[in-house]
Design a protein around this ligand. Structure first.
Ligand code: ZN
Length: 339
């Protein structure tokens, strides 16, 4: 099969990789209908995270080709969506809704789903079948459910976005935009998107933002307070993961409010006294997308939501290198790859 390999920072190639096989009786092998490039793939691309000859990709949707002897809930021919952590969906952590921290979790990034085929461990726990074969125009939205939509949804849920509340979203990348959509679906009254990029501002409005603020850092906090009677928002989603954006999110949350943080926090060190006196509820981490998948798939199937709009560039798998360049240079929000 063909698959994407990152040989070193900035060196991405689509090349021949061995076809996956059933290794465990709980495995499935799927043929991908689509895959995509994640903002987190840019960390190794930029040399922030070590990389050498790594198969890339952790987002996937497709058709089951083959299943192991113990797989019960999906069968060859099913169209399936999974998330970036394979999980058993039966352990105590999974049953509490935190499948991304499953005691048996396996990171799909170690398998590399930017490929024509992929082995999916713990298939019964990991994969969710769609009601049927999706029409082609639903492919981007189902693809979004695999990571960015599920992650934005977790952020908005962790921030307890809901009726009568104001939600702030810090970060206008794909996850931030999906958090805007999630806040809208969860019924938030006012949704403030922090963005200074005109195209992303437009997308944020499309997904449900009622206000756009272009300020950052302390100025961003002051602008949020101006819109919230000086006390900050009930719900804040952090979708960047830098020191500045984390502090901006904490300071934008009113005391007693909720902050969900889903940006990968590279080298963030939060001062204890800021946390102490903020007096807010914080929940974050790698999103347990699996918890939300059945609901998200149904909303997409019923055409209640259109998260696929977040993909602004589609390329064949063979041109993955250009997709990485486009995201690195911020020419694209999110790149869909067709195998
Ligand atoms: Zn588990």
């Amino acid at each position: 099969m063909r698959g994407v390999v990152m040989h070193a920072p900035g060196d991405v190639r689509t090349e021949d990789r061995p076809d996956p096989t059933i290794e465990e009786p709980t495995d499935a092998v799927i043929r991908l209908a689509a895959t995509c490039i994640c903002g987190s793939d840019l960390w190794p691309y930029r040399g922030v995270e070590k990389v050498q000859d790594s198969a890339m990709g952790h987002e996937y949707i497709g058709v089951v080709e083959e299943v192991g002897a113990e797989v019960r809930t999906v069968k060859p021919g099913d169209f399936v969506v999974g998330s970036f952590w394979a999980s058993d969906n039966t352990c105590v952590i999974c049953r509490a809704g935190f499948q991304s921290r499953c005691v048996n979790a396996i990171p799909m990034g170690a398998i590399g789903t930017q490929a024509q085929l992929a082995r999916i461990p713990l298939a019964d726990g990991t994969l969710v079948a769609t009601p049927g074969t999706p029409p082609s125009d639903l492919i981007p939205s189902l693809m979004a459910a695999s990571d960015v939509l599920g992650t934005g949804w977790f952020g908005a849920t962790a921030a307890q976005a809901g009726p009568g509340k104001t939600t702030v979203v810090v970060g206008d990348g794909a996850v931030g935009l999906m958090a805007v959509l999630a806040a809208r679906e969860l019924g938030a009254e006012r949704i403030i998107a922090m963005s200074r990029n005109p195209q992303r501002q437009e997308l944020a409005r499309y997904f449900g933002a009622t206000d756009i603020l272009s300020q950052r850092g302390d100025e961003g906090v002051a602008a949020v307070k101006e819109l919230t009677d000086g006390v900050g928002a009930h719900s804040v989603v952090e979708a960047v993961g830098t020191q500045e954006s984390m502090l901006q999110a904490i300071h934008s949350t009113r005391s007693g409010g909720h902050m969900g943080f889903v940006g990968v926090t590279y080298e963030v060190a939060l001062p204890g006294m800021e946390l102490f006196f903020a007096e807010i509820n914080m929940l974050g981490g790698p999103a347990p997308v699996r918890r939300f998948l059945p609901d998200l798939i149904q909303r997409i199937w019923d055409r209640e939501i259109d998260p696929g709009r977040v993909f602004d560039l589609t390329l064949p798998l063979e041109e993955a290198a250009e997709g990485y360049r486009a995201m690195d240079e911020r020419r694209a929000v999110k790149v869909l790859l067709t195998p």
